[in-house]
Design a protein around this ligand. Structure first.
Ligand code: KDG
Ligand code: MG
Length: 402
């Protein structure tokens, strides 16, 4: 099953995606997601200029060997660009293997460990009433786990809040946007927000919150402690991910469960956090952490230390990555939850897929491979548009983590 053709498709059906297509001598087509939000063309070039010329003639069934070849063979290894590129190849190879054997990928990963993949949705509001209305709307659609993000009264631009009636979308086309961040009003406000949510919706609903790397460890410890009465499912990314010792400090002060890892791209980024039991959930994704082959190794290490998975699933992970997350979530024993941010209708038309949502959970479907296609002709109607993630500054102009 030799690889005969490989190409990269860059399109923007509502937002930018970088998609890898691998074709074999038998005419099978496999898809991978290589989207790195705000730095898309770097991965497209890494693949087109440096990886694809090496793939022609390789046996598509040698998935692990190809992974090792691209990782060890590059010498300059790890890093988001390299690992997103390796992930795209890895996903396309799993897709091809499933198609060649006529089975969905989850069966190749050991088969289903559960019937469905529990997902959480995003509630967002410019004020508390709007956030409560957003939670109510998601509950009515069947979600039983909801992340709640809300603007701080008076203006601090909290991560994850949409403006107007639009669903939240992290990247913005056009000029780069600068937002203002103030830690103290945020720390005072978030417990009040969750008190209202619990009061309104009772104890059963799983509630999550994303601090998006904006706090120092001791501030995060304070927040975790003040949220304990509201029994969060998790507090996400309380402090920047490159400071694993910060999580040890947070742990000493709070029992609020911690979730980390959407920006991780290798097992080496999370090994200490997992082994030292400084976190409860690992959020690395198949798209940014080296594909299904590498993510499974992370999950296996996590399983040994009672850490469960809660993979990143924002809209900047394409439907190809979403499908991979669902095959992974169905098959990994220590799965806990999967993030679900529905894509735009244009994105769903460009990437028709077998996965589906019902009653707060998803299933990857039974189509061979990952169960996602890419309509190239339609994709060509949505050309790439430069778009950036916002940045954050303190009120006095100091740059801060976004
Ligand atoms: O590209 C950045 C987004 O994926 C990120 O901001 C989303 O934090 C995020 C989340 O939890 O989905
Ligand atoms: Mg996040």
């Amino acid at each position: 099953m030799k690889i005969t053709d490989a190409k990269v498709i860059v399109c923007s059906p509502g937002r930018n995606f970088v998609t890898l297509q691998l074709t074999t001598e038998d005419g099978l087509v496999g898809w991978g997601d290589a989207t790195l939000n705000g730095r898309e063309l770097a991965v497209a070039s890494y693949l087109s200029d440096h990886v694809l010329p090496l793939l022609a003639g390789r046996d598509a069934r040698r998935i692990e060997d190809t992974w090792q070849f691209l990782y060890r063979g590059a010498y300059w290894r790890r890093g988001p660009v390299t690992m997103a590129a390796i992930a795209a190849v890895d996903l396309a190879l799993w897709d091809l293997l499933g198609k060649s054997l006529n089975v969905p990928v989850y069966r190749l990963l050991g088969g289903a460990c559960r019937d469905r993949v529990r997902v959480y949705a995003h509630a967002t509001g410019e004020n508390v009433e709007a956030a409560l209305a957003s939670v109510a709307a998601l509950r009515a659609r069947g979600y039983n786990a909801i992340r709640v993000q809300c603007q701080v009264p008076g203006g601090t631009d909290v991560y994850g809040v949409s403006h107007g009636n639009q669903p939240y979308e992290p990247a913005r086309a056009g000029a780069l946007q600068e937002t203002v961040w103030e830690t103290e009003p945020y720390l005072r406000f978030v417990p009040k927000l969750f008190a209202r949510v619990r009061e309104e919706f009772g104890p059963e609903l799983a509630l999550l919150h994303d601090a998006h790397h904006r706090l120092r460890p001791m501030e995060a410890a304070r927040l975790g402690h003040s949220l304990e009465p509201f029994d969060l499912f998790w507090l996400e990314d309380p402090t920047p991910a490159e400071q694993p010792d910060g999580y040890r400090l947070i742990r000493r002060h709070t029992t609020t469960p911690l979730a980390v890892g959407e920006v991780f791209n290798s097992i080496h980024d999370c090994r200490d956090l997992i082994v030292q039991r400084s976190i409860d959930y690992i959020r690395a994704s198949a798209a940014h952490a080296g594909g299904l082959s590498h993510l499974r190794k992370i999950a296996q290490l996590a399983e040994l230390h009672s850490v469960r998975t809660g993979c990143h699933g924002a809209t900047d992970l394409s439907p190809v990555a979403m499908a991979a997350a669902l095959h992974f979530g169905l098959s990994v024993p220590n799965f806990a939850i999967q993030e679900h941010m529905p894509h735009t209708a244009e994105t769903d038309r460009v990437f028709p897929h077998a996965y589906r949502f019902a009653d707060g959970a998803m299933h990857p479907g039974e189509a061979p491979g990952l169960g996602v296609d890419c309509n190239e002709a339609l994709a060509a109607q949505f050309p790439y548009r430069p778009a950036y993630l916002p940045v954050a500054r303190l009120a006095d102009g100091t740059m801060h983590d976004w």
